[in-house]
Design a protein around this ligand. Structure first.
Ligand code: FE
Length: 159
């Protein structure tokens, strides 16, 4: 009987430990099939977000857009950037010197004979763009070069 109690206690402790090891993002991760993404996104959004494509420079809606608000993921609505981190990089894509903490993940990208750091949405793993070290020296020095089609602007509500 005592052995049984010991086993019970060990198994309860073990199951709690296992539960605690689950990443906190697990509950909020957005997982969809390719067919579901295709049904939800426009052709261009799908090409960039899911196939890691790139919109042509100066063709997106946000490279020259400087209103006050935030930018969310076009795939899942995750808050990614705030307008106070946006700057005019003249590169033809919306550029930010910082992402909202925990909102993006990074991956080394060696495609096209270049070594770059890919930036993806932390929730749905949608491709956003790349981060470079040639951003404004007076702030972070980083440039999150982002496809307009990967993000959606949400203006700050006027009081
Ligand atoms: Fe997302």
């Amino acid at each position: 009987m005592r052995n049984l109690a010991v086993i019970l206690v060990i198994s309860i402790v073990y199951s709690c430990t296992v539960q605690n090891k689950k990443p906190t993002t697990m509950n909020t991760a957005v997982k969809k099939t390719e067919a579901e993404w295709k049904a939800q996104l426009s052709e261009m959004e799908y090409e960039v977000l899911r196939n890691k494509g790139t919109e042509r420079p100066f063709t997106g809606v946000y490279h020259d857009h400087f209103e006050t608000g935030k930018y969310v993921c076009a795939g899942c609505g995750n808050d990614l950037f705030t307008s106070d981190t946006k700057f005019d990089s003249h590169c033809g894509w919306p550029s930010f010197d910082e992402a909202i903490k925990g909102s993006v993940i990074y991956k080394k990208d060696t495609s096209y004979g270049m070594e770059r750091i890919e930036v993806m949405c932390a929730k749905c793993e949608g491709h956003l763009g790349h981060v470079f070290e040639d951003g404004p020296a007076e702030t972070t020095g980083q440039r999150y070069c982002t496809n307009s089609v990967s993000i959606k602007f949400v203006p700050t509500a006027k009081k």
